[in-house]
Design a protein around this ligand. Structure first.
Ligand code: SF4
Length: 365
């Protein structure tokens, strides 16, 4: 069992909060065709690594995969399909930005048939929120995306939503969540706004142009999201992820279950044979490294301590939690208000999920 991730490193403009690797795509469409050629070379170069692994999931993420034509994406998919052994029923997810949701794009996608799951960043359901976040689309685009999913029979899709920024009200959060639930959106990822270094928001924060709300503000919005989604029958299967029955992301769930994966494209990560590897975060260097047939930019072999820590981190992110019998020396007494123990498994409660990064790092060996 294994997964493949393809990183498409282009965006039309950079959203204020984003620290994913991408370059601004101007008028130079040659860059996209060059990239498609290079990533296919990378697939050929790395395929021997998963010779005996059945691939269960493929994920096209970014950046903005929908800046590539369906034909280009299909060419990359075909290269994966002919160089890896695919399991019978794979999950193949494609991220599409709402502004690229057109009849033409969806009908080409349906006709090609290689994608069976979509993911998109709605991020907000009001235009003021989208403007604050620096998104390149409007709420009308979000509605059109939903209509097209239905029209073309994509019944397995996910939307991302961001909460916890100063201009977002609880009333707006409630309205958006209820809308998603009434629309029976199969999968919802809700992220609190984090301000990462080297993003436009980090600069604005430094200049005092935006402000970070306090922890109570985040917690109230997170609790509201959580209670509405649970009321409507969503399964909170991972810190940021909620799904209707059978609509969880198989690809992401495999990350949390230590299933090996290979990543292609600049900044993509890979994990197999107890090693983690990275591609570089530079398109020109990536092109050079592929031409030189270099497998990765960096690679590290995980030590026993690394594996122990990763098990804690990945286990506590999920609803299943950590099997306590496997971690007899875990010192959790100082965090007892943030955990529940259920049938021998240690799980974070709502308050714990909210500060999970801190708790998890404190539990590391
Ligand atoms: S959030 Fe998505 S669209 Fe916005 S800059 Fe990041 S990768 Fe590009």
């Amino acid at each position: 069992m294994s997964g493949l991730y393809v990183h498409i490193p282009f965006c039309v403009k950079k959203c204020g909060y984003c620290d994913f690797y991408s370059v601004k795509l101007g008028k130079d469409t040659h860059l996209i065709s060059n990239f498609t050629e290079k990533i296919i070379n990378e697939i050929l170069l790395k395929s021997y690594l998963f010779k005996n692994q059945a691939v269960e999931t493929v994920y096209f993420g970014g950046g903005t995969p929908s800046l590539l034509t369906v034909k280009m994406l299909e060419k990359i998919f075909d290269a994966l399909n002919s160089n890896f052994s695919f399991a019978d029923k794979i999950e193949c997810t494609l991220e599409i930005n709402p502004e690229h949701a057109t009849d033409e794009y969806f009908s080409a996608l349906k006709a090609s048939g290689f994608v069976n799951r979509l993911s998109t960043g709605f991020q907000a359901m009001d235009d003021d929120g989208l403007k604050y976040l620096g998104r390149n689309h409007s709420v009308t685009d979000n509605y059109r995306y939903l209509d097209l999913c239905r029209k073309y029979g994509f019944d397995n899709f996910s939307v991302d939503y961001i909460f916890g920024y100063e201009t977002l009200t609880e009333r707006e959060v409630e309205k958006s969540m209820k809308f998603f639930c009434e629309e029976k959106i199969p999968h919802i990822s809700a992220y609190s706004l984090g301000i990462e270094d080297n993003t436009p928001f980090a600069l604005k924060l430094k200049k005092g142009l935006i402000h970070k709300p306090d922890d109570d503000f985040f917690l109230r919005q997170f609790s509201l999201i959580h209670s509405i989604l649970e009321d409507y029958g969503y399964n909170h299967y991972e810190i940021s992820n909620y799904s209707l029955p059978d609509k969880h992301s198989r690809h992401n769930s495999n990350y949390w279950n230590f299933v090996p994966y290979l990543g292609f494209g600049p900044s993509a990560h890979s994990y197999y044979n107890n090693s983690r590897s990275w591609n570089c975060r530079s398109l020109s260097l990536y092109f050079e490294q592929i031409d030189n047939r270099e497998l990765f930019d960096e690679q590290e072999i995980l030590t026993e301590t690394d594996i122990y820590n990763e098990k804690i981190m990945l286990g506590l992110r999920t609803k299943k939690g950590l099997k306590l019998a496997d971690f007899p020396n875990l010192m959790i007494s100082q965090f007892k208000d943030y955990f529940i123990v259920d049938d021998g498994y240690l799980k974070l409660n709502l308050k714990g999920w909210f500060i999970s990064d801190y708790i998890i790092s404190e539990l590391f060996a």
